[in-house]
Design a protein around this ligand. Structure first.
Ligand SMILES: *Cc1c(COP(=O)(O)O)cnc(C)c1O
Length: 399
């Protein structure tokens, strides 16, 4: 049976201090102690349920963390001020100077830049490999490797890593598998497939209203507590804290995630099938022509569909730019980075979100400069959207 994260979310109950149906927002950076001894113990990490200082933890952030743990089926979760805040603290917590990471080569541009450029400061080496090819992962592992890193649905090529298989390799080598599940909340449950740590940029689908930046780390109690350690925790010491007010607004938005994911997927599948018939070069995990369609179908939770992202390749950057400008003019969506909004968002990843990746490597991995990434919106009449999109494609002689 597939993991039912949405049911666990539905079953969570929190009340405000006056019986409100939403938990009260913790509006304090610091907390009083009745005894000095308890304050000391809290610093030592020995008193559960006591709050010390809001960079360490706060009631609102704990509520959101609990909901994310229920979503992913992990013991617990920490929330952070951004997706990058989650990614950087997990990696720096797991690696010492001189260590090594095996990572998927198709990952979010910021993650790629952090690994490739920033981690040099610590002499941490990265092998970027094709994680849909098991041998290349196995071969890259050395005695210094501290983690395997991938995205469940990769950005922007929408490649699907077989998480169970990747988890077997990680377990055999006694190292954690870290999966960024930003593109596929609910539709893929990495922890249930064997991932040890699941990361999210809450900025995208989970919050879903493009009004804030936030992140999450879902994992064991032991790991999440280690991140909060006042002496050695990367979460605590790097300081990527989420504000309580924002944590409470994200928690409220999360309650409609299952309905939104279904609609994003339904609309994206509809458009992908139509574009495919029109002879466009379309990539969508729900199409049988997608190279990882079989893996996706094996590991996804079918009621949430194949996700809200698709790409088309229109041949050149000039054409891509002209099409995006025309679609924005026709109010089909916005020429903007990010994803998971009610409106369709589109961008050309080669010159935006993946521009950190050198052109040579982009071409090698199949990231051509005519590629447009779409995060399909919640349009109530997707047929109308399709007809308008088709007229844009025809006007520019793309189909
Ligand atoms: C946006 C994104 C991130 C970074 O998240 P922020 O909240 O912008 O810091 C990481 N991974 C993926 C897959 C993303 O799409």
């Amino acid at each position: 049976m597939k993991y039912k994260g949405a049911d666990h979310l539905q079953d969570l109950q929190y009340f405000g201090e006056y019986g409100g149906v939403n938990p009260s927002i913790s509006d304090s950076s610091t907390y009083t102690f009745l005894s000095a001894k308890t304050m000391f113990d809290t610093f030592e990490g020995n008193t559960e349920g006591c709050y010390l200082y809001s960079r360490h933890s706060s009631p609102s952030n704990l509520y959101l963390g609990e909901a994310l743990a229920a979503l992913e089926g992990t013991e617990t979760a920490n929330v952070t001020g951004s997706g990058m805040g989650a990614i950087t603290s997990v990696i720096l917590q797991l690696c010492d100077a001189g260590d090594h990471i095996v990572s998927s080569r198709t990952i979010y541009g910021g993650t790629y830049a952090f690994m490739k450029n920033f981690l040099k400061k610590f002499d941490i080496r990265i092998s970027f490999v094709d994680t849909t090819n098991i041998e290349s992962v196995t071969e890259a592992i050395t005695s210094k490797t501290k983690l395997i890193y991938c995205e469940s649905v990769s950005n922007p090529l929408l490649e699907i890593t077989d998480i169970a298989q990747m988890s077997n390799i990680a377990k055999r080598n006694g190292i954690p598998l870290v999966v960024d599940n930003t593109f596929s909340p609910l539709s893929i449950s990495p922890a249930k497939l064997g991932a040890d740590i699941v990361i999210h940029s809450l900025t995208k689908f989970i919050n879903g209203t493009s009004d804030c930046v936030a992140g999450a780390i879902c994992g064991t109690k032991e790991f999440c507590l280690s991140l909060k350690d006042v002496n050695s925790g990367a979460g605590m010491l790097l300081g990527s804290t989420l504000d309580s007010l924002r944590a409470s607004s994200i928690l409220k938005n999360m309650r409609t995630l299952h309905i939104r994911m279904q609609k994003h997927s339904e609309n994206a599948l509809f458009l992908a099938q139509k574009f495919d018939k029109d002879g466009l070069k379309v990539v969508y995990p729900g199409l049988s022509s997608h190279k990882d369609h079989r893996v996706m179908t094996q590991q996804f939770n079918p009621e949430y569909g194949y996700g809200g992202l698709l790409t088309i390749d229109v041949g050149s950057l000039d054409k891509a730019n002209a099409l995006m400008e025309l679609m924005q003019e026709k109010n089909l969506g916005y020429l903007a980075v990010s994803l998971g909004f009610y409106k369709t968002l589109f961008s050309a990843p080669g010159s935006s979100t993946s521009s950190e990746i050198p052109m040579e490597e982009q071409l090698e991995m199949g990231l051509s400069n005519g590629l447009i990434r779409f995060s399909i919106g919640l349009d109530s009449n997707i047929e109308r959207t399709y007809n308008t999109m088709k007229s844009c494609l025809q006007e520019l002689n793309i189909i």
